[in-house]
Write a protein of this length. Structure first.
Length: 322
């Protein structure tokens, strides 16, 4: 059995959506709709994605009952290879390519966190479902006995010259890093009951920008297929849970995405929407941490974290430790 010993995250500066100067009439309307939907703030970081990751890892270690020396594997995920930092490396090498410098940044972040002894593995290909793949790998390492404890970290920043309004007002991008420590030792909080990942690359045939309505309809159907796959493997459906924790999106988009499921929006939980906006796969775990501090939900043991990437869905069932 795999336990989530610690959840920690780091962000940059908190910025109100009200402070955004819209670049067009359409953007002004999108901001207004996001505010009405419950988005309030997003985060922007002055430090690089890898340095942000070092903050979340160190925070997790400080909060954890697991000593750093016991963590023997780090699973590191990021799509921010563009954010390579020439100042955040202790190596004397010069790097011809940006990905080499970013790799050095990651090595530095891991070492700065006191985990220079741990095996290191990278992952990043599944977008907003990335942490689902990471959890699957971490649980496999722990339950096979090959690792005593695993640090699972994901970090991303939004390119500074691009609008943070995502997908025509479906969400708002933040800079954030999250770190989880997983172990076989029983801890407070939650343990992983199921991690089920589903992939459907038939969506590659539909160009999202050229046919948005067709893409969204196909995506909603693929979400239903993913839920069916989840049911075949676990006996559960997303509709069976009173709390389904998802990435932070506008409710109108989530209703459409989940339209083929027997899942009411009242079951969908996006508590981190106010503080970090949309930070890809980090959102549900920040929301789960927020949920842990709400006494009204203590009687709800099992929860579903549902991560949705471009072509991958991740269903993570966590149960309350009693």
């Amino acid at each position: 059995m795999t336990y989530i010993n610690t959840i920690a995250y780091s962000t940059g500066d908190t910025v109100s959506l009200n402070n955004i100067v819209p670049g067009s009439h359409d953007e002004a309307q999108q901001i207004e709709l996001l505010l009405k939907d419950g988005f309030k703030f997003f985060s922007t970081s002055k430090v690089s994605a890898s340095k942000l990751a070092s903050f979340s890892m160190r925070s997790a270690i400080q909060k954890s009952t697991i000593p750093a020396s016991m963590i023997d594997m780090v699973l590191f995920g990021s799509e921010s290879i563009w954010d390579a930092d020439p100042l955040y490396t202790t190596a004397n090498n010069t790097y011809e390519h940006k990905h080499q410098l970013f790799r050095s940044n990651i090595h530095n972040a891991v070492n700065d966190s006191g985990l220079g002894h741990a095996r290191l593995l990278g992952y990043w290909l599944n977008g907003c479902a990335n942490l689902g793949v990471g959890l699957d790998m971490a649980a496999g390492m722990i339950e096979s006995g090959r690792s005593k404890a695993v640090m699972l970290v994901y970090t991303d920043k939004h390119p500074p010259k691009q609008s943070r309004i995502m997908h025509k007002g479906m969400s708002m991008a933040s800079d954030v890093s999250i770190a989880l420590i997983l172990t076989r030792d029983k801890a407070h909080g939650h343990y992983l009951k199921h991690v089920v990942n589903y992939t459907d690359m038939s969506l590659l045939k539909i160009h999202e920008q050229q046919s948005s309505a067709q893409y969204l309809a196909a995506y909603a159907q693929a979400t239903k297929n993913a839920d069916d796959y989840f049911a075949r493997n676990t006996g559960y459906s997303a509709a069976d849970f009173s709390i389904v924790v998802t990435p932070n999106y506008a409710k109108s988009y989530m209703k459409f995405q989940l339209s083929y499921l027997e899942l009411a929006m009242e079951q969908v939980f996006m508590a981190s929407k106010e503080c970090i906006a949309h930070a890809s796969c980090c959102d549900p775990f920040v929301s789960l941490q927020i949920l842990e501090g709400q006494p009204a939900h203590q009687d709800t043991a099992e929860k579903l974290l549902m991560l949705t990437g471009p072509y991958m869905w991740s269903f993570i069932v966590v149960d309350q430790i009693t």
